[in-house]
Design a protein around this ligand. Structure first.
Ligand SMILES: NC(=O)c1ccc[n+]([C@@H]2O[C@H](COP(=O)([O-])OP(=O)(O)OC[C@H]3O[C@@H](n4cnc5c(N)ncnc54)[C@H](OP(=O)(O)O)[C@@H]3O)[C@@H](O)[C@H]2O)c1
Length: 295
């Protein structure tokens, strides 16, 4: 039996419509949510991401501005800019696009963001709140993954979940969400990484496998049990001379083969990816609403 496709593109569109309705309501109350995005240097991928975030804001009625800084920007200068955005009451959300150029300590910059304006959910305070079970903003990609599972009625409650990848932006916060002692979560989560001795030993027994490591087609059919749920976070470029661009995007899972044995599976592109921006919009509206009325 073919797996059910978890369609992130359609869900992201639906979430954007919901966000637009919330924005319209806030605007009626006199508040236009405002996101400031800071980008340092000329990394092409970062520019594309920042561009798509700006467009998505515009479409939903969120005001946004991008502060484009040269590669030569010092950490001190960047921290000053973040400080100014923290102090600016017209700015509800702040996002510093990562990665930052070498020479700038990303952790120091993320730590400098006012947690109440942290739309990425990356500040130590917001990560801590998530771990304690009282989340404020939650990192967008993991938040998008659980939204995708929940809205497709994928059984998550009490599931055995294996996450391959322990990054601060995907693996760790996702583990924290899924292990929450709350209805619909209560998962038993195992996090694998590059030093895990035998990853297949864990993935084979999982109800849900999340591949978030950045290795094309890493997860194969012999690594999962039939009927499991496959969430593919990876975005990898592989050469493909038959395409106009000379490459195509693939995930961390062998999509074609796994589709034959999984119960649910996310495609790449069109699975988890579109939800990341949708959840950013949600977080921006949330921080704006809380700044206005504390609810
Ligand atoms: N869809 C989206 O919106 C979205 C958002 C973010 C990221 N991504 C994609 O998701 C992937 C992961 O991103 P990331 O930022 O989390 O990456 P990252 O910071 O590079 O972390 C990768 C993680 O995978 C682990 N890993 C690497 N190679 C491995 C291997 N051979 N076996 C087991 N574990 C291995 C690493 O282990 P160590 O900790 O031991 O080094 C690390 O924990 C990338 O393809 C990225 O493009 C997609």
């Amino acid at each position: 039996m073919k797996a059910t496709l978890l369609d992130g593109k359609t869900l992201a569109r639906q979430i954007r419509q919901e966000v637009a309705a919330e924005v319209a309501e806030l605007v009626r109350q006199g508040v236009t949510p405002h996101l400031s995005v800071v980008i340092v240097g000329d990394d092409p991928a970062s520019r594309i991401y920042v561009g798509s975030k700006g467009k998505a804001c515009k479409k939903t009625g969120i005001a946004s501005n991008t502060i484009q800084l040269p590669e030569t920007t010092s950490q001190k200068e960047l921290l000053e800019i973040v400080g100014n955005l923290n102090a600016d009451e017209s700015v509800h959300g702040i996002l510093v696009q990562l990665p930052l150029p070498s020479g700038i300590d990303s952790d120091a910059v993320v730590c400098a963001i006012d947690p109440s304006k942290d739309v990425d959910g990356f500040t130590p305070e917001n990560i801590g709140k998530l771990l304690l079970g009282t989340p404020y903003t939650v990192a967008c990609t993991p938040a998008g993954i659980v939204e995708l599972l929940d809205r497709n009625a994928v059984p998550v409650e009490g599931a055995d979940v294996v996450i391959v990848g322990r990054s601060n932006i995907v693996g760790k916060p996702l583990a924290a969400i899924l292990m929450q002692k709350t209805a619909g979560r209560n998962c038993t989560v195992t996090v694998c990484h590059s030093r895990t001795k035998d990853i297949a030993r864990y993935t084979r027994s999982a109800d849900i496998v999340v591949a978030a490591l950045g290795k094309p087609c890493f997860l194969k059919t012999d690594m999962v049990k039939p009927g499991s749920v496959i969430v593919d976070v990876g975005i990898n470029r592989v050469e493909d001379p038959s395409t106009p661009k000379g490459y195509r995007l693939v995930g961390d899972a062998d999509f074609e083969a796994l589709s034959d044995i999984a119960s649910f599976i996310t495609p790449v592109p069109g699975g988890v990816g579109p939800l990341t921006v949708a959840m950013l919009l949600k977080n921006t509206v949330k921080v704006a609403r809380l700044a206005k009325c504390g609810q």
